[in-house]
Design a protein around this ligand. Structure first.
Ligand SMILES: Cc1cc2nc3c(=O)[nH]c(=O)nc-3n(C[C@H](O)[C@H](O)[C@H](O)COP(=O)(O)OP(=O)(O)OC[C@H]3O[C@@H](n4cnc5c(N)ncnc54)[C@H](O)[C@@H]3O)c2cc1C
Length: 434
């Protein structure tokens, strides 16, 4: 009997976990093929620490070929699925088209930055969903503060040292908290420049971390304000311009830095498949299978998975769920090949950890609210435990950070035009020919 083929599209939290399990449990019966634009799994929760100059970028990546020895990696980006012919069409990194036939397909393509129809945002804001954007922003912060230090016009100095983050979910909150510390560490080394970096964090919601426990919001709000971040809740952006941001209340904030963290939407690949979706996410049953297509499963941010712990709702877009859904998808595919039995996806939320930089964090593991250094230790411990690789290197960077000043140099390898906000591929640097 010939081996069947399982194709996994997207090697993030859900896809990577599914590939890891299937390449162990089902490799006798099936070829496991992973299609991903990069050769690494990206540990997104530590991305703000890359921007803040704490972690080197490779620390938050885990090699796919190095850790999935029994899976075949195909480098490329899927841009269509032919459900009748059971084929995935993709483009490889050198723009060559390719096709992959499958017997079973797991779609785990994640999400991209969500845009809102606000004038100027697509042109002047940058997202925070991939490594290129994190690297761009790290350089951009350093560059703006260096230019500000040498500017003679006080208005230019002020604009260049003002950073506006929109969206106070966990991404925007962590970024503002880390960014403020990073900027302070840079200006401390600029003798005679007397810059006072200003960070603003805006959200239309009445509190920061609006989707999390109120106690986490209070802790985060307190730490941010103590660090000098100008937190504005119930506030959004009316217009973005090259030289600043017009707020809802009519105030114009001169700035060269607008960072867009208002949330994510599922990768456009899934909305273009002609299958039922829920807010752009592919509808699946509790076994993560697409109704009417038992050979196709979807999981992670790209899938609307019924939340059995909260009937009538769908699981939130978090790594916590995506990682576990990857396991369930793998188990259900393995069950079809005669290994074990299928299971429905059910996971009770175990709390959240928001790293606020330094020794500060807001966390509620098992719903016990923590703040201060204890929360900081729990948060870092949690990341070390859940990262699928590179733990020693990450821990080493944290140790170095505790004893050495941060390296504030801009390598300038990712330019603004290479990381547009409106992109279906935040994991790739856009080249001029695109
Ligand atoms: C900055 C940041 C911080 C976060 N912090 C936390 C946190 O602390 N805790 C938490 O629970 N969640 C956090 N999240 C959310 C969490 O990272 C996501 O919910 C999680 O990554 C979703 O997993 P996924 O497998 O669905 O998608 P991803 O992990 O994004 O993986 C998707 C994969 O698919 C690939 N892909 C995309 N399009 C294609 C295509 N067309 N063809 C082939 N491959 C494709 C991508 O390159 C990627 O490898 C954070 C997110 C961000 C951006």
């Amino acid at each position: 009997m010939s081996r069947s083929r399982i194709v996994i599209v997207g090697a993030g939290f859900a896809g990577y976990r599914a590939a890891r399990i299937l390449s162990r449990t089902a490799r006798e019966d099936a070829e496991v093929v992973v299609l991903n634009p990069t050769d690494y799994f990206l540990y997104l929760p530590l991305l703000p620490q890359v921007t803040a100059g704490i972690l080197e970028p490779r620390r938050v990546t885990v090699s796919l070929t190095g850790t999935l020895p029994h899976a075949r990696l195909v480098l490329g980006e899927a841009h269509g699925v032919d459900l009748d012919a059971r084929r995935v069409r993709y483009t490889d990194p050198e723009d060559r088209p390719g096709e992959l036939e499958y017997d079973t397909l797991i779609l785990s393509v994640g999400s991209v930055s969500r845009l809102l129809p606000i004038p100027g945002v697509a042109e002047h804001a940058h997202g925070f969903r991939g490594l290129p954007e994190a690297l761009y922003l790290r350089d951009h912060i350093v560059r703006q503060l260096e230019l500000a230090a040498h500017a003679t016009d006080p208005d230019e100095r002020r604009a260049r040292s003002t950073f506006v983050v929109v969206g106070a979910g966990y991404t925007g909150t962590e970024l503002a908290a880390h960014g403020a510390m990073f900027a302070d560490s840079i200006v401390r080394k600029q003798r005679g420049a007397h810059l006072e970096p200003r960070w603003m964090l805006l959200d239309i919601a009445p509190r920061v971390l609006p989707e999390l426990d109120q106690r986490l919001s209070r802790t985060a709000d307190r730490v941010l304000r103590r660090r000098g971040v100008d937190v504005r809740t119930g506030m959004s952006v009316k217009e973005a311009k090259h030289d600043g941001v017009l707020l809802d209340d009519g105030e114009f904030v001169p700035s060269r830095s607008l960072i867009w963290c208002v949330g994510v939407r599922p990768d456009p690949l899934v909305s273009d498949m002609g299958l039922p979706t829920e807010r752009g996410r592919l509808c699946v049953d509790k076994y993560l299978t697409i109704p009417g297509h038992p050979e196709v499963l979807a999981c992670g941010d790209a899938a609307a998975v019924p939340d059995l712990t909260r009937p009538g709702q769908f699981t939130p877009m978090t790594a916590q769920h995506a990682w576990r859904q990857g396991r369930v998808a793998a188990r259900n595919v393995a069950a079809r090949l005669g290994h074990g039995s299928p299971m429905a996806y059910e996971h009770h939320d175990r709390g959240f950890a928001v790293d606020l930089g330094g020794v500060q964090a807001a966390a509620n593991p098992l719903h016990i609210p923590l703040s201060g250094p204890l929360a900081g230790a729990v948060t870092r411990g949690y990341h070390l435990l859940t990262m699928p690789g590179n733990r020693v290197r990450v821990a080493a960077d944290w140790l170095l950070e505790a004893g050495l000043p941060r390296q504030a140099v801009q390598l300038g390898m990712v330019r603004a035009g290479s990381v547009p906000l409106d992109t279906a591929s935040p994991e790739l640097v856009r080249t001029p020919r695109d």
